[in-house]
Design a protein around this ligand. Structure first.
Ligand SMILES: [Fe+2]
Ligand SMILES: [Fe+2]
Length: 278
């Protein structure tokens, strides 16, 4: 890894107040989530102190990311719907994606991450994965490193968007490694460590394109990759690489998702993502 370039990109991002100026409400929520005794209503109370943030949480709960029999109207209902685990990831993701939504490509990365979270949720349910909340969070945060590239390595990132659908190109993460010496997965893992996310989640973000390298939670990492690839397969790809990777098949077989299970999962993902679009 070219450490100097890596540090320079992170420094440039911090100059834009990238990760360091999380709204006060986020640090308060994160602090409260550190305690095992925190109840849903305590978290809702904190969120309500920031009406703008509360509105974003409500919007997300009603966005189609969850199967709801009726609309969610209160922050308490929204927190209950999202769950405390995924809420932590959402609290970290929302300010970053909101702050940089004007940067070309960031809106598409957010769409892709939301779709990936839904696909991870869907797969986790279909295979009875033991930690569906962590899978959803991993899907939501897996490409947060791309926001840093879009903001602080803009020329490189835009050049990748130009060739996103070129048939002979390398996948995004390989190309980033080749040109920059590191990739969005390394940046995402740095972010996850900075905000003290559990090791299993750091691993899920770090190795989501190379799940066999994961040592803390290979199944979660593999599931994150499957969610990412399903999102791409149904038209919610990254702005800088639109194809499904050949390793997808190996990942499916690692999670024992065979040809009987896959069509149902795919159909559920399409239905759920159509709900988000609607
Ligand atoms: Fe990725
Ligand atoms: Fe992705």
């Amino acid at each position: 890894m070219k450490m100097d370039d890596f540090n320079e990109i992170l420094e440039n991002f911090e100059k834009e107040n990238g990760f360091s100026t999380m709204p006060e409400v986020v640090s308060d929520v994160l602090y409260s989530l550190e305690s095992d005794r925190t109840a849903l209503n305590d978290v809702a109370k904190i969120i309500k102190k920031d009406p703008g943030f509360a509105a974003n949480i409500l919007k997300y709960a009603n966005s189609g990311a969850y199967l709801l029999s009726r609309a969610v109207f209160t922050v308490e209902q929204a927190v209950r719907t999202i769950g405390l685990g995924p809420l932590k990831g959402l609290c970290l993701a929302l300010p970053v994606f909101t702050k940089f939504r004007h940067v070309p490509g960031v809106g598409e990365i957010w769409d892709h991450c939301r779709a990936t979270a839904v696909c991870c949720q869907t797969v986790a349910r279909a295979i009875n994965f033991s930690e569906p909340d962590i899978a959803e969070t991993s899907g939501l945060l897996h490409d947060i490193g791309k926001v840093v590239l879009a903001v602080s390595a803009a020329n490189f990132f835009q050049s990748q968007i130009q060739v996103a659908d070129s048939p002979d190109r390398d996948p995004d993460w390989r190309q980033e490694k080749k040109v920059l010496g590191f990739n969005h997965c390394f940046i995402g893992a740095w972010f996850a460590r900075k905000f003290r996310l559990p090791s299993i989640l750091v691993d899920g973000i770090l190795w989501h394109h190379e799940f066999e390298k994961s040592s803390y939670g290979r199944d979660l990492t593999c599931l994150t990759f499957i969610g990412d690839q399903l999102a791409a397969a149904i038209g919610r790809a990254h702005p800088d690489f639109v194809f499904v990777e050949p390793e997808f098949e190996r990942a499916l077989s690692h999670m024992k998702i065979d040809n009987h299970l896959l069509p149902g999962i795919l159909q559920d993902c399409i239905t759920r993502i159509d709900m988000i679009a609607a």
